[in-house]
Design a protein around this ligand. Sequence first.
Ligand SMILES: [Zn+2]
Ligand SMILES: [Zn+2]
Length: 161
Amino acid sequence: MEQRIDYVPPPDSGVRNLSGSSAPERLSELEQDVKALISALALLGVKRCARCRQFFRSSEPGALFENGEIVCYECIPDWWASRSPTLGIVEREKIEGKLSSWLRRYHRAEVVKEIPENTRGTAAFQIVTTCGECRGAGKLLEGERCRFCSGNGTVWIVVPR
Ligand SMILES: [Zn+2]
Ligand SMILES: [Zn+2]
């Protein structure tokens, strides 16, 4: 059976409203619409990367790193480079911890003291973070040199390609 649907905008539809309202009003209406759409998409499990503005299925493992901000995997290195200097120590350590376990869980990342010569240039990316064991002190409580970071206070998270 053939079914035809003729679209007739109702008298008070957005179509007429749009043409009847001023440009700034239209803009804010559009903004409202976009916001509503984004929340609707979030309900469906589709979320947007705060940096590249692309949409991703949040159920896809490892696609999005969420922690207040939502960042896609591709944007992680840039995002972290610009975000980490703006964070306080406590906040940064918290996010570093999450980021590190997220990268290890979904992207085969490894935490290393130093970047081995042979992996240089072959990694998808590598980021330096505070050593979670000594919390950046390089020493353990007993004054012993931290063996997780060799006393550097920092470790590298290396994500292979
Ligand atoms: Zn992105
Ligand atoms: Zn350490």
